[in-house]
Design a binder for this molecule. Structure first.
Ligand SMILES: [Zn+2]
Length: 83
């Protein structure tokens, strides 16, 4: 397992986490949940180990039957509510 110590972009600390990966593949973005990744605590950049990356590619390749995406609002529970 490759160890990433610091972020390439902001040099923040990088720690292992299980994330919802946003994976760019052939011009589309595929979201894959439960992915082991290294995440920068400062900017949130995700790094994947080579075998994990390969696996994400496999999953993305097989997701080409997904033709539609949905959008939905994500509210914060403590958001300010106009009265
Ligand atoms: Zn960073």
């Amino acid at each position: 397992m490759t160890k990433h110590d610091t972020c390439e972009f902001c040099e923040g600390n990088v720690e292992p986490r299980v994330v919802q990966a946003r994976f760019h593949f052939k011009g589309q973005i595929v979201f894959i949940d439960g992915v082991p990744a290294w995440v920068c605590v400062k900017c949130g950049e995700q790094y994947f180990d080579a075998p994990v990356y390969k696996r994400l590619e496999e999953i993305a390749k097989n997701s080409n039957q997904i033709k539609k995406t949905i959008c939905f609002p994500l509210a914060q529970y403590d958001m300010a509510v106009a009265s």
